[in-house]
Design a protein around this ligand. Sequence first.
Ligand code: 7TS
Length: 413
Amino acid sequence: MRSIETCREDFPALHQTVAGGRPLVYLDSAATAQKPRSVIEAEARFYERDNANVHRGVHTLAVRATEAYERARRAVARFIGATDPACVVFVRGTTEAINLVARSYAQPRLGPDDEIVLTPMEHHSNMVPWQMVAQATGARLRYVDLLPDGTLDLASYERLLESGRVRVVAVTHQSNVLGTINPVREMAERAHRVGAVVVVDAAQSVPHQPVDVRQLGCDFLAFSGHKMMGPTGIGVLWGRRELLESMPPLFGGGEMIREVGLFESTYNEVPYKFEAGTPPIAQAVGLGAAVEYLESLGMEQVRAHEQRLVAYALERLGQMPDVRIYGPRQHRGGVVSFNVEGVHPHDVATILDQEGVAVRAGHHCAQPLMRWLDVPATVRASFYVYNTPEDVDALVRALEAVRAIFGAGAKPR
Ligand code: 7TS
């Protein structure tokens, strides 16, 4: 077992100074995570030794590349509790995975009498594809209400399901802004009672907590490699086999076919019918290495570490006058969104950067949620295994600098 206490050493990018000699404090892992050496090396090693295209050659390197690609698929399946690796489709990321479900599963099935249930805390990538489906089919979008603390109002969810028209429920497992962890398992159970299919955006959960598709009971699960220490350009759509088999491919081309005629073709089996063209092979290999790295830390430990950090961050930020924190206090993931009263979030982030602290400021691809919060943007600090309580201290010190510059007094609340 690798220890979380010492894992920071494994991430080369964390060991640098920025902003004129300040040690980098990386608090933007919700946007993308840093990579451990084992992931960087796995990808480099693939290019140095095994580089070839997959599924189409008999030569030694082609066989090695194919084996490495399929080994990565099996590693991902194991990581999310999927018994059948064929249900793991490699795509570019969460965005592509959700678009694939929307276009290929939902669009051909839905009509004007149908409803799609979403929540206002979705990332744009779990909202816009459904808007496109609604526009194409006449289906209606319905939204679960939020409670004041930024959790879902499950009573309003129940009421939506009562319409008898809900065919799809698409929900984020963990909000990338509020940190809210949604009760996806219960939501899936209820959705299934009315015959709806459940799509889970797991971009912020698979990297940070144990996720098992059998326990969640969802029908589709989407996530990105780069947020779980893997390379960019690779992500995963897991789906129930019978649903994936019932879906037409989204892209036509090489590898996704069984037999091609001049006028029509038959398609390959899952997952290959969804993986047209040369896939991101080295990236899959890197993702496999990321899975192994996370397994060596233990996902229970990853979650526990982040819970401790977030509790500490909420305590420290909560003591700062003029800092307004968003999202629930309990049962939340490793992101903390906040604003400093009277200071634009972009100014906060710029000053934090000058102190060596990397955070994200903006709408975080969740504009409807910003409207609900009634703010143009927030500052967001997001944590991962390599962060420490000292990083939280550095954030607090840097925020003191913000308040000094903007003259926000140390007035007590
Ligand atoms: N869903 C959620 C919940 C996300 O947080 C993100 C990315 C996506 C989907 C899209 O993932 P992609 O890999 O396809 O781009 N979120 C963020 C973020 O919070 N800051 O930068 C990207």
